[in-house]
Design a protein around this ligand. Structure first.
Ligand SMILES: Cc1ncc(COP(=O)(O)O)c(C=O)c1O
Length: 373
């Protein structure tokens, strides 16, 4: 192109987001009839029948703008979570709520403390606003809360804690996280991302929403994209004190959550039986996979989520490419800071068994090849 437009420096410095190939493309390329997408931590069981029923009847009013305040969804969610409606801010996915937080609270030169490796959108959004992401490595796949506390300076505006963490699936224990919340200076926002909270089964987990009254600087992120199965519709939200919520509403797009997304989320939150059943099946799959890894002599991070990061003892990108030939898409840990791992979404019983069979073959082939060389 002849003309070079003057882009903001921070935007130029960000690498374009590389999306994986579509299922349709992979099917054609590899001549496969069936693909198991176990790479994005979506709900493998889809969404509640109530959502499907809503979507099959809804839609006649889409010529109308959505409710910019998402009032009915706010009401239903506030009842479900036992918080005031004013404490809720909905976004086009929780991804948008992260962006609203950095838009409202990060200025040039501000710092935000976060783990490495964690959900990458914290870093991108802080950087885009001119802030400095201050990165603290995980220890054994878990947030180093003590190390993060030590990185807080007078320039720190926010701290991100992803609990359970993506990509490792690990959590920080109750007492440790509570102590952290008590020790973070009150003018520093603590953003606890609970995107996978519904999959947690351990007793040693600190649910942060009940603590909002105690910590004014606490913000909890939730999403309808994971266990609620609405990733394609884009709805997430933050729960926080009313003053912060007011600031975020000032910077959000007016009609940020579509009419269909709001309706589907209302139907989804009304069917908690579906959520409990998905969590139960996920736990079964998680136990199965962890037991199989152990039999194979492989280690994995202890997951409290709907995905597991497993060390396959070979390059993760090669393992992922090998699994793809079996029709299984996983995320290689190569770009996630754990080069000998893959992150796999826990699937149905058949998905999990197919994944284990595929992984066994891929590892055996790699061994054969390295002996041959
Ligand atoms: C930890 C975490 N937070 C937030 C998100 C964003 O979810 P969404 O924007 O779909 O609500 C994801 C998605 O993968 C995630 O893993």
């Amino acid at each position: 192109m002849a003309v070079k437009f003057k882009t903001r420096k921070r935007v130029e410095e960000i690498a374009p987001y590389v999306l994986g190939k579509s299922i349709a493309e992979i099917k054609i390329e590899l001549g496969l009839s069936e693909i198991r997408k176990l790479s994005e931590n979506e709900n493998i069981y889809g969404c509640s029948p109530s959502v499907k029923a809503y979507l099959s009847t809804g839609g006649s009013d889409i010529y109308l703008y959505p409710d910019g305040m998402a009032q009915e969804l706010t009401e239903k969610t506030s009842e479900f979570l036992n918080v005031a409606p004013e404490q809720l801010v909905f976004g086009n996915g929780s991804d948008e709520v992260i962006r609203l937080l950095t838009r409202a609270y990060i200025s040039e030169g501000d710092e935000a403390v976060m783990a490495d490796v964690t959900f990458p959108r914290y870093q991108t959004n802080v950087f885009l606003e001119g802030g400095t992401p201050v990165i603290v490595p995980l220890v054994d796949g878990v947030h180093d809360l003590k190390g993060m506390l030590e990185k807080i300076t007078e320039r720190t505006r926010m701290v991100f804690v992803c609990n359970p963490n993506n990509p490792t699936g690990t959590i920080n224990g109750k007492l440790e996280l509570l102590k952290f919340l008590e020790e973070v200076p009150q003018d520093v926002l603590v953003i606890v991302d609970e995107a996978y909270v519904e999959y947690v089964t351990t007793e040693d987990y600190l649910h942060c929403i009940p603590l909002l009254g105690q910590f004014e600087n606490l913000i909890v992120l939730r999403t309808f994209s994971k266990i609620y199965g609405l990733a394609g519709l884009r709805v997430g939200f933050g729960v926080m004190n009313e003053e912060i919520a007011t600031q975020l509403r000032k910077v959000k797009d007016v009609f940020n959550v579509s009419r269909l997304a709001q309706g589907a989320a209302i139907a989804a939150i009304g069917d908690q039986e579906f959520i409990e059943e998905c969590a139960r099946m996920n736990e079964k799959g998680r136990n199965y996979l962890q037991a199989e890894f152990s039999k194979m002599g492989l280690t994995c991070f202890p997951s409290q989520s709907n995905f597991i990061m497993v060390d396959c003892g070979m390059r993760g990108d090669i393992a992922a490419a090998g699994l793809l030939k079996h029709g299984i898409i996983v995320r290689a840990g190569t770009l996630l800071g754990y080069p000998t791992t893959v992150r796999v979404t826990i699937g149905t019983e058949t998905d999990n068994q197919t994944f284990i069979q595929g992984l066994k073959q891929v590892i055996a082939e790699e061994k054969e090849e390295s002996h041959g060389n």
